[in-house]
Design a protein. Structure first.
Length: 134
């Protein structure tokens, strides 16, 4: 059974990162709520700020934070990297839209050229920046 690393309590346990995740830490120890608050030097833990710091760290380092992957990117390990094929597809879609092609015609051309099945509404969402893939 897990217990607090500091006082031995076995309830209200938190995974405390020895080095904060926002600073790249990965190792954790179990701490009860009271000891966890003491370590952070606050009466209550400022989880909101820790979460925001972690998100900012991941954003700056292109680390995948969960959720859907934006069109034009792919996941390699835990990093988001540009997907060259998606980039080419989006460029082609943009050119065709500028040439006054319909979303339906763009979808047909993308499927034919890239062997990438997509609906006309999917084309519209990508061009409006609203399309994401999981």
């Amino acid at each position: 059974m897990d217990k607090c690393f500091e006082c031995g309590a076995n309830n209200n346990l938190y995974d405390h990162h020895v080095v904060p995740r926002s600073k790249g830490g990965t190792k954790t120890i179990k701490l009860c709520g009271k000891c966890h608050a003491l370590i952070h030097g606050v009466k209550t833990i400022q989880h909101k700020q820790l979460i925001l710091d972690d998100k900012e760290y991941k954003r700056k380092n292109n680390i995948y934070a969960g959720g859907t992957i934006p069109f034009g990117y792919k996941l390699e390990g835990n990093k988001l990297v540009r997907d060259v094929t998606h980039t080419k597809i989006k460029r082609r879609m943009t050119r065709m839209l500028n040439d006054k092609k319909s979303y339906r015609k763009i979808a047909q051309e993308i499927e034919k050229t890239f062997n990438y099945k997509i609906s006309h509404s999917g084309v519209r969402k990508i061009l409006l920046g609203k399309r994401k893939f999981s």
